[in-house]
Write a protein that binds this ligand. Structure first.
Ligand code: ZN
Length: 285
């Protein structure tokens, strides 16, 4: 049974172990300044646009997990109770204070629309602290979180957008949530890619540099080993074997007339063998 009038009773502090739990789920208490610094460094590292996608993705995944966990932790009497438990529980996380303005929700017909205010958003506070007033809403993790929670509960993609935000100078944050298909395509641009880890990797210049650095390290190691084999005067077959195993490829060594000298792996034929067999196949009977 979920008791919405006494939410704090679900949080326990174990003095012996130092652990905090929400019923059976372990939680940690983190200062908003610490998260704000991480958020600041993320934005400085990958830029505002890319950071927005990462924060939205983080929030959305968190919302999905939170919805699943709440369902597992509590015996909700109805889907509607589960639906409302998310915003109620989020009040005790301290991230923001939500106030619903309008909710239309029909699990049978699929109708869904929600409008609500967020007060005291920690994310807007931290954004203002490090970057000042922005030209668009900034509560990306909260936006993602509510969208993720609603989507998990609803069973279809719900997309949340902030219409007003303290981070862009408004008095409060105002969000609208509705099914993805009811938004214009331009409104979904930031959130459409949320499931694509590849998108984040491809667009991140730092990950690209990291991959290039790894490739460079491998190349250096490869050169060192190859030099070692050559200095030791090992046989040609050892060199070809090393190349094949290291590159994970078939390797052939041919003379200037394409005759096979050495091979490793799948390639057992020289270019000359291949050419001869090709012409032999084409020869009329
Ligand atoms: Zn906001």
């Amino acid at each position: 049974m979920f008791n919405k009038s006494d939410l704090h009773s679900y949080i326990t502090f174990d003095a012996a172990t130092g652990k905090i739990h929400l019923k059976d789920q372990r939680m940690i208490l983190v200062g908003t300044d610490a998260i704000g610094l991480l958020r600041r460094d993320l934005i400085r590292s990958v830029g505002m646009d890319q950071a927005k996608k990462i924060l939205l993705r983080y929030g959305r995944n968190y919302g999905v997990e939170f919805a699943k966990n709440l369902k597992a932790l509590f015996s909700f009497e109805s889907p509607f109770e589960w639906f409302h438990a998310g915003p109620q529980m989020s009040k005790i996380t301290g991230a923001f204070f939500s106030q619903n303005a309008k909710i239309i929700y029909n699990h049978t017909t699929g109708e869904y629309f929600a409008e609500g205010y967020w007060h005291y958003s920690y994310e807007a506070e931290q954004h203002l602290k490090h970057f000042g007033v922005h030209n668009e809403p900034v509560c990306h993790t909260l936006t993602g979180f509510i969208g993720g929670y609603a989507s998990e509960h609803y069973g279809r993609d719900i997309i949340v957008k902030e219409i007003k935000c303290v981070g862009k100078g408004d008095e409060h944050c105002l969000m609208i949530a509705k099914p993805a298909k009811e938004w214009d395509e331009k409104d979904l641009l930031d959130q459409l890619d949320q499931d694509s880890q590849e998108m984040i990797e491809i667009n991140s210049p730092f990950l690209k540099i990291e991959k290039q650095r790894d490739a460079y390290k491998k190349l250096l190691k490869f050169n060192e080993k190859l030099s070692e084999i050559l200095i030791q005067g090992q046989e040609l077959s050892s060199i070809i074997k090393f190349l094949g195993e290291t590159l994970n490829l078939g390797v052939t060594l041919e003379d200037k007339d394409f005759r096979l000298i050495e091979s490793f792996g799948l390639f057992k034929y020289s270019m000359l063998d291949i050419i001869n067999s090709t012409f032999a196949e084409r020869k009329p009977a």
